[in-house]
Design a protein around this ligand. Structure first.
Ligand SMILES: Nc1ncnc2c1ncn2[C@@H]1O[C@H](COP(=O)(O)OS(=O)(=O)O)[C@@H](OP(=O)(O)O)[C@H]1O
Ligand SMILES: [Mg+2]
Length: 423
């Protein structure tokens, strides 16, 4: 039962008194003296309203001018901090890859995690906390494997200190990106990613190393960071240390996108703040599915490769699939290095993770692509840490989207039936 506060019950008891006694007296006085003052009241009230509206408008316009001066486009600051945080995390992951000790442990779900996953997560969360302390965060890792392993904890902390000292930041930048002073603080940052709700407010989703198996074998991997606002991805940043923007370009790219503003790529080693006109990226808007090449995951346990091969054949694709770990697949097709990404489930009980798609999805969409599930339905990012309304993810350029969706839907219905979410 809702409780009535004492204040509210007093208000109820004096209401009749106000209504039946005080109000008639005031009305009486007003009627008597109205002829002399009513005209003044009637002109005073609109004047008051107008001037307060003008003051409000003036304040608002001053504030928005200031905001525009420092932050010319929506989410400019979020994109910038996310890019810098991902770049700093990549310094750590690259250093761990070349060092002998990777600190690999097996998680409860049997997947590997390395000291680089923990270090990257801690660095990115320190940056988000420094710049956006009120935002929520969903992160793949937690600190439980570290808290029971002091040796690994110390290795992660050392890797973080090395990355911080080799990242040549100015004082202002390190204030924006935060630092990590001791092991306890590092563990606390790692555990900031325990948010469960992705439907309301501002929520960042991070995979500190997407494609950990790819990372370990020297293949593709990605540091993937997305910002959701009320369940919709608004900003995405993908750091792909082993991917190139094209022939003759160096290895290592950072892709980013803001909803409605297109997608861009920058060299990973660049001074990101000094790039005033970054390179826009766009998908190949081919006219027929038979011209496409398609990407899929390396691990046979992560997507139904046999079914994907049949779908490719039905689409008239003759080129062999390009197998690649991580969201580098989204990055590759967004830069026109391939056209279609197929990820159909090996079992319907597996729920795809929000951090495995948040950043990649917006980059593909802003590069002129479409991302839907295997039945052609929109992807719903509002269901928490995992996707509860979608199975099977497909991405392609808009120009061939209708044809691809039709074929994939037919195979999906035939293979899995019409899966229904329990939500
Ligand atoms: N059964 C199953 N089905 C689908 N996806 C799964 C499955 N098991 C794990 N994962 C997630 O796959 C993430 C790696 O995806 P990839 O695209 O790199 O897969 S692949 O290795 O290239 O096949 C991997 O992310 P990381 O753990 O960050 O590497 C997992 O989140
Ligand atoms: Mg991961």
């Amino acid at each position: 039962m809702p409780r009535i506060s004492p204040k509210r019950s007093t208000a109820i008891s004096i209401k009749p008194l106000l209504f039946f006694v005080v109000l008639p007296i005031l009305l009486g006085i007003l009627v008597t003296i109205a002829p002399s003052i009513s005209s003044r009241i009637y002109t005073f009230i609109p004047t008051l309203l107008c001037s307060s509206t003008r003051v409000t408008t003036l304040i608002c316009s001053r504030l928005s001018l200031r905001t525009m001066a420092t932050n010319s486009a929506p989410y400019a600051r979020e994109r910038r901090i996310a890019e810098l945080a991902v770049q700093r995390a990549a310094i750590l992951t690259r250093a761990v890859y070349t060092s002998k000790v990777k600190g690999t442990v097996t998680k409860e779900d049997k997947s590997p995690v390395t000291l680089a996953d923990f270090g990257a997560q801690s660095l990115v969360f320190a940056a988000l906390h420094a710049s956006f302390p009120n935002d929520n965060i969903i992160g793949e890792e937690d600190s439980s494997d570290l808290r029971s392993n002091p040796e690994l904890t110390s290795l992660v902390f050392t890797a973080i200190q090395d990355a911080l000292s080799s990242n040549e930041q100015g004082a202002a930048e390190s204030a924006e990106l935060g630092t990590i002073s001791n092991e306890q603080e590092m563990l606390e940052y790692i555990d900031k990613g325990d948010c469960k709700d992705s439907a309301t407010g501002r929520v960042w989703a991070l995979d500190p190393i997407d494609g950990t198996k790819g990372f370990l074998r020297g293949g593709q991997y990605a540091i993937a960071l997305g910002l959701l606002v009320d369940g919709e991805v608004k900003v995405g940043v993908l750091g792909c240390p082993n991917l190139s923007a094209g022939e003759g370009e160096g290895e290592g790219v950072i892709l980013s996108a803001v909803r409605g503003q297109g997608a861009i790529v920058k060299p990973m080693s660049a001074d990101l703040d000094s790039i005033s006109e970054p390179q826009q990226i766009s998908m190949n808007q081919i006219s027929s599915t038979s011209e496409a090449s398609f990407c899929e995951g390396v691990e046979a346990g992560h997507s139904a490769q046999d079914l994907q091969a049949k779908i490719a054949q039905a689409l008239g694709i003759t080129a062999p699939s390009v197998r690649m770990d991580s969201q580098a697949k989204y990055a590759a097709i967004s830069m026109g290095q391939g056209e279609i990404y197929l990820r159909l489930p090996t079992k319907l009980t597996y729920e795809e993770k929000i951090w495995d798609h948040a950043a990649g999805s917006i980059i593909v969409e802003e590069a002129g692509g479409e991302l839907v599930d295997m039945y052609g339905d929109a992807i719903d990012f509002s269901t928490g840490r995992t996707f509860k309304r979608n199975k099977g993810f497909i991405a392609m350029p808009k120009s061939i989207a209708e044809d691809v969706k039709k074929v994939v839907r037919e195979f999906a219905v035939e293979t899995y039936g019409r899966w229904k979410s329990s939500l």
